[in-house]
Design a protein around this ligand. Sequence first.
Ligand SMILES: O=P(O)(O)OC[C@H]1O[C@@H](O)[C@H](O)[C@@H](O)[C@@H]1O
Length: 243
Amino acid sequence: MSKNAIFQPPKAIRGGVPICFPQFSNFGRLTQQHGFVRNRHWKVVEQNEWSVTLSLEYDGQEFSDYPHPFKLTTRVELCDDNLEQTLTVTNTGSGAMPFTAALHTYYTVSDISNVQVEGLKGLTYLDSADGRVEKVEASEKVTFPGEVDRIYTKAPDVVKIHDSAAAGGARTYEVRKRGFPDAVLWNPAAAKGAAMSDLGDPEWRRMVCLEPGLVVSDPIELEAGQTWSAAQSLRVHRSGSEL
Ligand SMILES: O=P(O)(O)OC[C@H]1O[C@@H](O)[C@H](O)[C@@H](O)[C@@H]1O
C-alpha cells in the first residue's frame, strides 16, 4: 500500500488488489482506464474470521460505452499460509457481454532493485512501455532496470517474485492463477513513479505489481445469464522455507 494512497472515490486505492473490470487498461470501449469498479464502494455480503465476500451490481445505465448489466463478486479467503481470491461475474443482461479484467495486485518489496521475477522466460509480451510492441521474454529472472509495463500472454499458472533483501531475509511471493490466461508486470520506475501523486518517491521503489488478467488471450463474450470465474492464490516463503 502506498503511503500516499488516496482513500476517496473516484480515486482508486494505490495498493492492495484494485479490480480492473469490465476493462483492463484500454482493452475495451470504456474511456476509463481499468474500468469503473475499482473506484466504487462494494457491498459486504458475507464475512467471518477467515473470509470475506464483496459484491457490486451494475445496471448497464451509467456508462453509455458499457451498456451491459452484471453482478460481480470477489471472495478473499485465508487458509493456513495461503490467501485465495476469486473473481466471479454473472451477465445479468439480455445480450452478450464482452469484458477484460485483471487483479491488479501490489506486492511490497524492499527495493525494486532487489526484485527478480521468475516463470516468464520464453513468453510473448506486449511492451506497454514501448508502444505495445510484441516481444519475447529472454530472461529467466526478470529485473527492473527501468520502467517495466508488460502484458505476458498465455502466462503459466505459477510465477514467483523474489525479493533478496526483504526485512528478516529473502522473501518469495508465489503467485498461482486459475482462469486468467495473461499476467501483467508493472513498476513505473523513477520518472513516472515520482510524478504520480498517490505514489511518489520513494514509494514506487517499494512496490511491484503482478496482475493475473484476461486481457488479450482467449477473449470472452459472456452470454446472457452466464457466469465466469477466475482466481489467484498467494503464498509467501521466507528464506529457508520450502518453495
Ligand atoms: O494509474 P493506474 O490507472 O492505477 O494504472 C497503473 C498501471 O497499471 C498497470 O496495470 C498498467 O499496465 C500500467 O500501464 C498502468 O500505468
